[in-house]
Design a protein around this ligand. Structure first.
Ligand SMILES: Nc1ncnc2c1ncn2[C@@H]1O[C@H](COP(=O)(O)OP(=O)(O)OP(=O)(O)O)[C@@H](O)[C@H]1O
Length: 289
């Protein structure tokens, strides 16, 4: 609750809870030919040295209670961008500020590994496309939530149990299944346990990477509803990555369109859907109709 109150205060101040500036990720050393800002690459690969420019100079802000969507085809760099923000991958360059950590005073990419752990455990909640990355499949669902709470300093077993049941209830996992391991659950239920785990520390910022991909349409709809309810009830800022513009249309207030590592278009989601400017965005929007 304390975190939620802090989020409300942040809305008032109108400062972004997350600011990403000039973030880049390369696989390879780069060369003079591909390091220039307007370098001609073959998609995202340097034709001279073979360096893969997975993320190129990406900047955006997320405000408390806002959902920012990142859409693009497979290989456009969406997951790499999320991995850099969540420290799963070291960015090549960039500056990321998190208001709830230090008032946005410093670049969190420069923190020590100990402080990065703290940011991961108290500022961010992460939900991966692959639940195997976010859950311990053979621990009970309650233990998964407790593990996350322990990581952020909680030690009271009663409090962890109570919070675990509360969160599992919120994501529609019945109490009688709380002690079951996620390995025994359907894909949709596993995603809901991941979301419950990600919420367990009241993170002010949620990162959601292709969370509905591979789910049946009806299950997808229930997860999307859940995400919207979380935004309404907790006021968290979210970054939602998807290759599916339909998902982004349902969720995002503002959208960035990525292609070959770059942001090729950005704006209010409605605006992008009604009047796409970039040929790639036009193709995405027309394929929705
Ligand atoms: N370890 C790596 N070494 C070299 N290239 C990589 C590595 N990891 C990712 N890439 C490349 O970086 C680019 C961006 O990949 P990324 O996974 O971020 O794309 P994406 O938009 O999330 O696509 P998908 O949804 O299919 O994962 C791709 O060209 C990918 O091949």
């Amino acid at each position: 609750m304390e975190q939620a109150r802090r989020v409300e205060a942040d809305v008032d101040s109108c400062d972004p809870c997350l600011s990403v500036s000039h973030l880049s990720l390369r696989f390879g050393a780069g060369c003079p030919s591909c390091m220039a800002p307007d370098a001609a690459l073959e998609r995202n690969v340097c034709p001279v040295c073979g360096t893969v420019h997975a993320v190129r100079d990406v900047s955006f802000d997320v405000y408390p209670g806002e959902i920012v969507g990142i859409v693009g085809e497979s290989g456009s760099g969406k997951s790499s961008l999320m991995k850099c923000i969540y420290f799963d991958q070291d960015a090549s360059e960039g500056d990321v500020r998190a208001l709830p950590f230090d008032g946005g005073a410093g670049n969190i990419l420069d923190l020590s590994s100990q402080h990065k752990r703290r940011v991961r455990n108290t500022v961010f909640g992460m939900v991966y496309q692959n639940p195997y990355l976010g859950l311990r499949m053979d621990f009970s669902s309650l233990s998964n939530i407790a593990e996350q709470m322990i990581a952020s300093g909680e030690r009271r077993v009663d409090a962890m149990c109570e919070r675990g049941y509360e969160l599992l209830g919120e994501v529609n996992i019945p109490a009688r299944r709380a002690k079951d391991a996620p390995a025994l659950f359907s894909g949709g239920m596993q995603q809901r346990v991941q979301i419950a785990k990600a919420l367990s520390n009241n993170p002010p910022i949620l990162l959601l990477d292709e969370v509905t991909t591979g789910l049946d349409l009806s299950v997808q709809a229930s997860v999307l509803d859940l995400i919207l309810r979380i935004r309404r009830d907790y006021g968290v800022g979210m970054v939602v990555v998807s290759h599916d513009l339909g998902v982004i249309r349902m969720l995002a207030d503002r959208t960035l369109v990525m292609l070959d590592g770059r942001v090729v278009e950005r704006g209010l989601t409605d605006q992008i859907l009604e009047d796409p400017q970039h040929p790639y965005t036009q193709q995405l929007v027309y394929s929705l109709i």
